[in-house]
Each structure stands twice: as structure tokens, then as C-alpha cells.
Unconditional design. Structure first.
Length: 197
């Protein structure tokens, strides 16, 4: 059903949480930049729910194409739905936050995912992207390591991600820089509310 970097996560799922450290506390502050109260959050490419578990939001839903990762998310008490980030099974304007941590580089249609985040967000909602910067020494090493184990990863520096979010229609800003960076986009309240790009 899904191609790309999915089969690897079907295999790694049982040990993923043992190998990967917990998500960064900065995610909560980034979600709080939404200009509306955040009642419902989608953790896209959320895997075992590492990102969703790090934030304090009443309703948290993990979406991921890897069934084995979703089983782990459910073990953590999270709602989990199978799906591709570039074709979200979610109604327009249904959530106030979309989070993607350490997963955008695995997605084949990255622009499609950004457009989908825009579509499913209510005006004032926030899109939070946490990624690795391939222009840093450690980021380069990580990108090379992912290729070695057979991933099709495509990493981008924070300014590129910010520009794509802005082109789609978000009010976008780079919030944290470093090996792991954060880019945040607010969906503005416009009359013409289709993605621009
Ligand atoms: C490194 S894991 C990150 C999981 C979680 N977000 C975290 O921070 O621990 C990458 C995730 O991206 C998912 N993924 C791969 N292709 C995807 C796609 N097209 N749409 C959404 N998620 C995808 C994988 O199944 C995997 O769970």
C-alpha cells in the first residue's frame, strides 16, 4: 500500500523507543504559538507517538503508514490511524496543530504533505516541523548513515523548509536552529483559504 521509507519502520518498530531518545520539550512551546486554543493535534509520520507524547494537548492522533509503529503508539494510549502524510484522512480545518518530528525527510511528496497540513488546520492553527539540518556536520553524518541503511531520505536546511511553508500560505518562521531545528507555520485567517501553491 505504501512505498518509500516505510518497510524499515515496520521492522524497527519493536525497538524504536529503546533506540531513540524522548522528544524535545521545545515542541510544547512551539505548539503554543497557535493563535487559537489547541484542542486536537495530528502527529504526522508520528510513528510510536514520540512527538505526540511530548506535548500537552487534550486530543492527540498519530498518523503513519507503518502499522507496526502505530501498534506501539496505541500501547502508549494514543489514537493511531494508518495513512500517508501527503494524503491525510482528515477533514478540512479539523485540527489546531499538526506536528511532524524527524519524519519529513522520509516522505516522498514533501510539498503535498505541507499542503495537506495547511488544508487540515483551522485558521490560527500551527504546523510544527522538527527536522535535521544537513548543512551541519552531524546532520551530514546522519544523512549519510540513513542512505547506508537504505533510506531514501531527503533533508533540507531550515530556511528551505520555511520558504516552502511560506509559499503554501503559512506565516512561517525558523524557531530553533542547530542539528535538530524547528520551523513553525501559522495558518492565517484569510478569505481565500486554499493553499497558494
Ligand atoms: C524516524 S520515524 C519518526 C517517528 C516519530 N515522528 C518520532 O519522532 O519518533 C519516521 C516515520 O515516518 C514515517 N513515514 C514514512 N513515510 C511516510 C509518509 N509518506 N507519510 C507519513 N509518514 C511517513 C515512518 O513510517 C516512520 O514512522
Amino acid at each position: 500500500m505504501h512505498g518509500g521509507d516505510v518497510w524499515q519502520f515496520e521492522l524497527f518498530a519493536p525497538v524504536y523507543d529503546l533506540l531513540v531518545p524522548g522528544a524535545d520539550a521545545g515542541l510544547t512551546a512551539a505548539i503554543e504559538t497557535a493563535t487559537v486554543p489547541v484542542e486536537r493535534l495530528l502527529d504526522v509520520g508520528g510513528g510510536t507517538g514520540r512527538g505526540a507524547r511530548a506535548v500537552d494537548v487534550p486530543e492527540r492522533i498519530v498518523i503513519d503508514p507503518a502499522a507496526a509503529m502505530l501498534r506501539e503508539a496505541r500501547e502508549h494510549g494514543l489514537a493511531a490511524v494508518r495513512g500517508d502524510g501527503s494524503r491525510l484522512p482528515v477533514a478540512d480545518g479539523a485540527v489546531q496543530a499538526v506536528l511532524i518530528t524527524d519524519a519529513l525527510h522520509h516522505v516522498g511528496d514533501q510539498l503535498g504533505l505541507v499542503r495537506e497540513a495547511y488544508r487540515v488546520l483551522a485558521p490560527g492553527g500551527v504546523f510544527v516541523v522538527q527536522e535535521f539540518d544537513p548543512t551541519t556536520a552531524l546532520g551530514r553524518l546522519l544523512a549519510a548513515g540513513e542512505r547506508l541503511v537504505g533510506f531514501d531520505s531527503r533533508f533540507h536546511p531550515p530556511e528551505t523548509v520555511r520558504e516552502v511553508l511560506a509559499a503554501v500560505g503559512f506565516e512561517a518562521a525558523v524557531r530553533e536552529t542547530g542539528v535538530e531545528y524547528l520551523v513553525v507555520g501559522i495558518r492565517p485567517d484569510r478569505v481565500d483559504d486554499r493553499p497558494r501553491w
